[in-house]
Write a protein that binds this ligand. Structure first.
Ligand code: BG6
Length: 486
């Protein structure tokens, strides 16, 4: 767990959930609230105002919810009924701020957290309604889901609009990857160990790989994906946040400002990509039909040239990382679901062994798998058994720290909901970070257009287009890598 700032904690107990009938609420937000109630982690007087477009009465909404939630959530019968008892449903048309303010004003009796799980074009009218209802008055807070814009210009516009309603200290932008315990463990590993931080430098590190591979497809989000593609959907936020955590300087403390200032510096130091760079250092892909987990799946057909796979070689222009490539690879409908970071160290500078020869030595590697399992593996060279010939023969060994026995897996949103209610911003993204990330993403996307970098196809269930083979981390065995057809 991250430390909390020592400032007095002001816990809000009213949560207004906009988009209560949407997919995110059903899959993650309601189940998270059930778990938090089960574990008695929510404030005693917690109340939920669920806001949606559908015209349900209280009973109608509750029975709809019972039908929609995953079984696991409703099986927690006591906690689920407790949540229902604390929930009021309000049907609101978000484009009508006047109506909204009338219907919601009664909840301004206590400071609240308004969570906007809604499309970005509704942010402004919703904030207008909230403000008119007195629900954005200090110390109330606002939580937003991605995407915060489509490019730098639109993200600046959204951020400026939000700051017209409330200041940055009360805006909580979600990147759900930051709520994942294994992602927070990256900080623990880096800054809780002398061993790591001492070698975390271009002097000792050769390259860094970040892989977020999914077996899921675009499924049902074709329209959104056609506009965003994997670059904007995955790299702009989740992957650049992982990169920032890996590459940032040690913060003075874990309070929100110290941590986020260091991440922002990394994002600003990303070298913009030129048309020459993207021709060499990027690959875009789009999945065709294929077989994933033994099941035949269709391809993603769309007239636009949006990508479902992207591989990039990024550079960070600062003292610590000069010369170290960061390879970022993400894709849908890949062979296996895995999120991992691989840090490859430089080869030993002077080799004194006969077997294997220097060229046969495997450089040290730190592999951190974040999901679906949490594992840490350190690749070393050693000689455990004396060979029959009287010499020393080295072989790759691996030091495994299996983390699967961790006490309880939590949904990332559990942590983020709690932090928003407690006012802890450390795991939320600042407007500056969002804009720095978009600025780099824009450089990639503009360079793609200028250089004419189009998507290459790959069969669902593979590791992406053949052109991306060299971007994949060593954890993808060579036998599984895509190969170019002769
Ligand atoms: C979301 C993206 O932000 O993250 C999805 O919009 C993606 O396209 C998802 O599937 C991945 O999240 P997770 O937690 O399943 O790795």
């Amino acid at each position: 767990m991250l430390n909390r700032k020592t400032a007095p904690v002001l816990v809000h107990d009213t949560l207004l959930l906009f988009g209560a009938t949407g997919d995110l609420s059903q899959r993650y937000l309601f189940p998270s609230l059930v778990h938090l109630l089960r574990d008695r982690l929510l404030p005693t007087d917690f109340r939920l105002i669920a806001i949606g477009r559908q015209d349900y009465d209280q009973e109608g909404f509750k029975s709809w919810l019972r039908e929609q939630l995953p079984d696991e959530a409703t099986r927690n019968r006591e906690a689920f009924n407790d949540l229902l008892a604390r929930t009021r449903y309000v049907a609101v048309d978000l484009s009508d701020s006047e109506q909204m303010s009338k219907l919601l004003a009664e909840f301004s009796d206590r400071p609240c957290v308004s969570y906007l799980a809604i499309p970005p074009h509704l942010f402004t009218p919703t904030c207008e309604g909230l403000q008119a209802a007195g629900l954005l008055a200090e110390p109330s807070r606002l939580v937003l889901e991605k995407p915060i814009g489509h490019d730098l210009a639109s993200s600046r516009f959204i951020n400026a609009t939000l700051r017209g309603f409330l200041d940055e200290s009360r805006i909580f932008r979600i990147d759900h990857y930051l709520g994942k315990a294994p992602v927070q463990n990256l900080l623990a590993l880096r800054f809780g160990n002398t061993l790591m931080e001492a070698v975390w430098h271009n002097r000792w590190i050769e390259s860094v790989d970040i892989l977020v591979a999914e077996t899921a497809g675009v499924d049902g989000r074709e329209g959104y994906y056609a506009q965003y593609g994997a670059l904007r959907d995955m790299v702009q936020n989740h992957m650049l946040q992982l990169l920032a955590l890996i590459a940032m300087e040690p913060p003075g403390s874990l309070d929100a400002d110290s941590l986020r200032d260091e991440k922002r510096k990394v994002l600003r130091a990303l070298r913009p990509m030129t048309p020459e760079d993207v021709a060499r250092d990027s690959v875009r892909g789009r999945y065709q039909s294929g077989v994933v987990d033994g099941r035949a799946v269709p391809g993603f057909d769309h007239p636009s040239d949006c990508e479902t796979f992207v591989a990039l070689r990024a550079r960070i222009d600062n003292w610590r990382w000069a010369g170290v490539p960061f390879r970022l690879v993400t894709g849908k409908r890949l062979a296996q679901r895995t999120t991992e970071v691989v840090v490859s160290f430089k080869p030993v500078s002077h080799w004194i062994f006969d077997r294997p020869p220097h060229s046969g030595a495997t450089p040290n590697r730190l592999l951190m798998q974040l999901q679906p399992e949490e594992n840490i593996e350190l690749g070393l060279m050693g000689s455990l058994a004396a060979p029959e010939w009287s010499g020393t023969e080295l072989q790759p060994l691996s030091l495994d720290l299996g983390m699967s026995a961790t006490p309880q897996r939590r949904i990332a949103y559990e942590r983020l909901l709690l932090d928003a209610m407690h006012g802890n911003q450390a795991l939320f993204v600042t407007g500056d970070e969002v804009e720095a990330a978009w600025s780099w993403i824009d450089s990639v996307s503009e360079a793609w257009t200028t250089a004419g970098v189009h998507t290459k196809s790959y069969p669902a269930g593979s590791w992406g287009p053949a052109e991306a083979s060299d971007f994949l981390p060593v954890s993808v065995p060579s036998t599984k890598r895509p190969v170019r057809k002769a």
